[in-house]
Ligand binder design. Structure first.
Ligand code: CMC
Length: 431
């Protein structure tokens, strides 16, 4: 409970309702609206959830003004430097960093759940070769519910744990199979002797006719990107997972709903859109023209990879990724990468332009991530799949947190209705 007191008063009747406020461990207090409809007969109206906390959570904290991101209290910068994606997944799910034994047991379990049922693999053949991989990934994730009837009781903690390990283990295999299907290459089975990200790269780039050794720098860069994308509190896809999951549907259906929500260009699809944008701009000389179109708010023209609902300062993830771009491109011998040069120039010009400064628009996580993915050989159509792969850890953690909460309720928003009032049906012959 917070010390603050709030009141909602209907100024025409003078009727007041006292609203309880609650404090989190850090961040703004929230005002509870329970009882407002019962007592005042009004709903609250907040399209886009601009000022609404949809749930209580213990997982991730963002201070958008200060550019702070904490997973279970740990700053993203420290995790990026010292941790790994699998350890971060454990942290998000369990609330604390694992001991050595706990980590070995978790990593062992993940590595033993990496294979896909052969029937699931056959499903890829139903897709045309040029199907967007996000369409394949969301369909395959949803279809997993058809295979695990014996371990899908959402009220059984052990079943929930098996689901969590299974989806985190299989999502790289699902992503790699989508990539191989698009290429027309044979599927490469997972290798449980490789670490999480190295295994993913192996499944993507190995072919049966020759040896393929994963470059440790590539695996490290990919692992870093996965950590940075692992969770971001109640973003659109995570909120979708929670909303779908609140109906009591099976967890694969809920995660598949999250994959679909992530696909849009305002969310996870932005990384793909950034590269398209940079390609269209082409050269540094064209930047001012492009920015003028953005500033004139031409229909459909935005500076992709810029701006964020929560960050009104640098996205801390973008800072880390930009530094990683320098390192990875330098080590790959492509430090004079023209796309990176163009992105740096675009950032510099935008950050000194009043349009972007006054609206507090800074580069977000997606501005530079595609440049690293490209340098690692990941094709543009797979960028959002990479995001989904990483965010699975966050979606799973939020679903687990919600289902284990005894106060969980189905998510069911209300609306401001502006349609016709009641009218009588007119038969077709009289219309
Ligand atoms: N380029 C140009 N103008 C922008 C941009 C942008 N990228 N983002 C916001 N604005 C302007 C917008 O036109 C508006 O101006 P005005 O007040 O004059 O009408 C003002 O800034 C506020 O924008 P908004 O659309 O009300 O802000 P929002 O919080 O609803 O949108 C956003 C957040 C991320 C959807 C938006 O900034 C955007 O579309 N960015 C580009 C897409 C992108 O990079 N998305 C990835 C987000 S980070 C990863 C993730 O969450 O998945």
């Amino acid at each position: 409970m917070s010390n603050k007191k709030f009141q909602l008063t209907d100024l025409s009747s003078g009727k007041s309702t006292e609203l309880e406020a609650f404090s989190g461990t850090v961040g703004p207090d929230v005002v509870s609206l329970a009882g407002v409809y019962k007592e005042q007969g009004v709903f609250t109206f907040d399209p886009g959830f601009m000022a609404t906390a949809s749930c209580e959570s213990h997982i991730t904290y963002i201070d958008g003004d200060a550019g702070v991101l904490l997973y279970r209290g740990y700053p993203i910068e420290q995790l990026a430097e010292h941790s790994s994606h699998l350890e971060v997944a454990y942290l998000l799910i369990n609330g604390q960093l694992p001991s050595k034994a706990e980590f070995e047991s978790f990593a062992g379990s993940i590595s033993r759940h990496t294979m896909l049922n052969q029937s699931l693999l056959k499903m890829y053949d139903g897709f045309h070769h040029n199907a967007h991989p996000m369409a394949m990934v969301s369909a395959i994730v949803a279809s997993m519910a058809a295979f695990y009837h014996d371990s899908m009781d959402i009220h059984d903690a052990r079943h929930r744990e098996i689901f969590a390990h299974r989806i985190i283990a299989k999502i790289p295999t699902i992503a790699a199979a989508a990539y191989k299907h698009a290429l027309g290459q044979p599927f490469i089975y997972p290798r449980n002797d490789l670490e999480y990200t190295a295994n993913m790269l192996h499944m993507f780039f190995a072919v049966p006719c020759e040896d393929y050794d994963v470059d440790p720098l590539h695996a490290k860069a990919m692992d870093l990107l996965f950590m940075l994308h692992a969770d971001h509190e109640q973003n659109a896809s995570t909120s979708t997972v929670r909303l779908a999951g609140s109906t009591g549907c099976n967890p694969y259906a809920a995660i598949s709903a999250g994959v679909s929500a992530l696909w849009g260009p305002a969310h996870g699809g932005a990384n793909e859109a950034v590269l398209q944008m940079l390609e269209r701009i082409g050269r540094v000389e064209n930047v001012p023209d492009f920015l003028n179109r953005v500033k004139n708010q031409e229909s459909g023209v935005r500076l992709m990879g810029f701006g964020h609902r929560v960050y009104k300062n640098f996205d801390p993830r973008a800072k880390i990724i930009r530094a990683m771009c320098h390192k990875v491109l330098g080590k790959l011998g492509s430090s004079d990468n023209p796309t990176f040069e163009l992105a740096l120039k675009l950032e510099e010009i935008a950050l000194s332009d009043d349009y972007f400064v006054s609206r507090k628009l800074y580069p977000n996580v997606d501005f530079y991530s595609g440049i690293i993915y490209s340098a690692l050989g990941i094709p543009r159509s797979m960028f959002t799949v990479m995001f989904a792969l990483a965010r699975t850890a966050g979606w799973v953690s939020h679903w687990l947190e919600m289902i284990a909460d005894p106060a969980m309720k189905i998510g069911r928003p209300r609306q401001l209705y502006r349609g016709p009032t009641q009218r009588d049906y007119v038969p077709l012959s009289e219309r």
